[in-house]
Design a protein around this ligand. Structure first.
Ligand code: ATP
Ligand code: MG
Length: 430
């Protein structure tokens, strides 16, 4: 046996982490809830690769965005191609739509996906380099009712997972028609206070002043709070879309706050932008961010297909979710001898086909050792197979919670387990 301690450098990469079984159970519950809810709204899963050509994000996410300039995991593969571990999902879906001509299908198209994203960000609480998103996208639906529907869908998921005290921030970031005039005003305003901005925002002041609103530095936020507001510059079409969106939120009874400085970090948004933030998460408080991107598919060389979607961070979601994983019962096999071991294997195989979790361990143990092992691992049931039981073809089943013991064939015992479990493990404990 190798008793050497693993070397220290053998640990997970900074900003990434293992999700161990106890925690993974919560992830499974959150993921299952998301899938179930999205399917109820007509969404279907679309799975795209983790790696993509770098230009997909340069084009889609925007060359001046923080993600592309600072946060991308980009490397050259052995064939000399520049590839990137996806920092977000939307560009991949847009690529898939164009590549597979999904736009020829009846619209709107509704997709969802759950999986890892990668950003070379500064690791801290709520911020990882490999993190996970629940992502949904709708293509081909212009009506602001769908903007509100996805917000309502996000809220349904949060409610189901016991997330409380969230605030929904909404804004409209305008469109190609109205944003340039606003951009020009913003550039002027930013230039006038340039020396009070961080070096990063000074660069943004010329390149893409809208991005200054996204800066996390307090002084920049303060300076930006006096900038002109996009909501004063919206064209009639964007204005109407925004008002109707808010009207549908009211209709759903979803409280919101209009925040004219909410811009989102990516280049492609048009009209609706929203964020759902949790009160107790501190600086990394955004659980969910989303918005509309009506020009993106066309700019990618695809058809004229409008889009809207959101991404929810699973780590942040789980840090505020209240999930009570249901306790699952299982049967531990206490057997003596080779014949009984084989009988245990066969019986476990049968019980599993009835949907009962079974654990047969192969370490040679006496009855006492079996029971102390069963206790240690929290078995709800112990199935005893010794010489007597083998001869009779009937086994002993001990309920470890109320200490009752039953005798019967595998079929009879399966019925008892299923019946008592149905009544609930908790109530048996009382
Ligand atoms: P932030 O402003 O916190 O950096 P963002 O605007 O970069 O967030 P989005 O691109 O909108 O985030 O991603 C949607 C969601 O994904 C966020 O609301 C958040 O919950 C989650 N998220 C984003 N980046 C990270 C990260 N590095 N680690 C963990 N979760 C993240
Ligand atoms: Mg970010």
């Amino acid at each position: 046996m190798n008793t050497e301690q693993p070397k220290k450098e053998l640990s997970a990469i900074k900003g990434t982490k293992d999700i161990l079984p106890q925690e993974a159970r919560l992830w499974q519950i959150a993921e299952a809830a998301a899938k179930e809810i999205f399917e109820l709204y007509g969404y279907r899963e679309l799975r795209a690769p983790v790696i993509e050509p770098t230009e997909l994000f340069e084009k889609g996410t925007g060359a001046s965005s923080d993600i592309v300039t600072k946060e991308m995991y980009t490397f050259t593969d052995k064939g000399g191609r520049s590839v990137t571990l996806r920092p977000e999902y939307t560009p991949s879906v847009v690529r898939a739509i164009i590549e597979h001509r999904l736009d020829l299908q009846p619209q709107p198209l509704r997709f969802y996906y759950i999986g890892p994203m990668f950003r070379y960000d500064k690791p801290q609480k709520g911020r990882y380099r490999q993190f996970h998103q629940i992502d949904i996208e709708v293509f081909g639906e212009k009506d602001p009712a769908v903007d509100a529907e996805i917000v309502e869908m996000a809220h349904r998921l949060l409610r189901q997972l016991g997330v409380e005290n969230v605030t929904t921030m909404v804004n409209s970031v305008g469109c190609k028609k109205c944003r340039p005039a606003y951009g020009a005003e913003l550039r002027k305003a930013a230039a006038a206070v340039k020396d009070r901005l961080c070096p990063d925002c000074q660069r943004k002041a010329e390149l893409n002043p809208l991005r200054i609103f996204d800066c996390k530095i307090e002084t920049c936020r303060e300076v930006a709070s006096n900038f002109p507001k996009i909501t004063d510059f919206l064209c009639a079409e964007c204005q109407e879309h925004f008002q109707e969106f808010l009207g549908y939120l009211d209709f759903y009874g979803i409280p919101y706050r209009v925040d004219p400085t909410l811009v989102r970090g990516l280049d492609y948004y048009t009209k609706t932008a929203f964020e759902i933030v949790a009160e107790h998460l501190g600086a990394q408080n955004a659980i969910c961010g989303g918005g509309r991107y009506d020009d993106m598919v066309r700019e990618f060389g695809g058809p004229d297909l409008c889009g809207i979607g959101f991404a929810m961070g699973l780590e942040r979601l789980l840090s505020v979710a209240k999930i009570e994983p249901p306790k699952k019962s299982f049967v531990y096999f206490a057997y003596l001898g080779e014949e009984a071991k084989k009988q245990s294997i066969a019986t476990a195989r049968y019980l599993r086909s009835e949907g009962i979790e079974c654990l047969v361990e192969f370490k040679d143990r006496g009855m006492k050792a079996h029971f102390s092992r069963a206790n240690k691992i929290g078995a709800d049931w112990v199935l005893i197979i010794g010489e007597d039981e083998l001869a009779k073809g009937k086994f002993q089943l001990k309920d470890m919670i109320d200490s009752k013991q039953y005798e019967g064939t595998a079929e009879e015992l399966a019925k008892i387990i299923l019946l008592k479990d149905k009544k609930g493990i908790k109530s048996r404990e009382e």
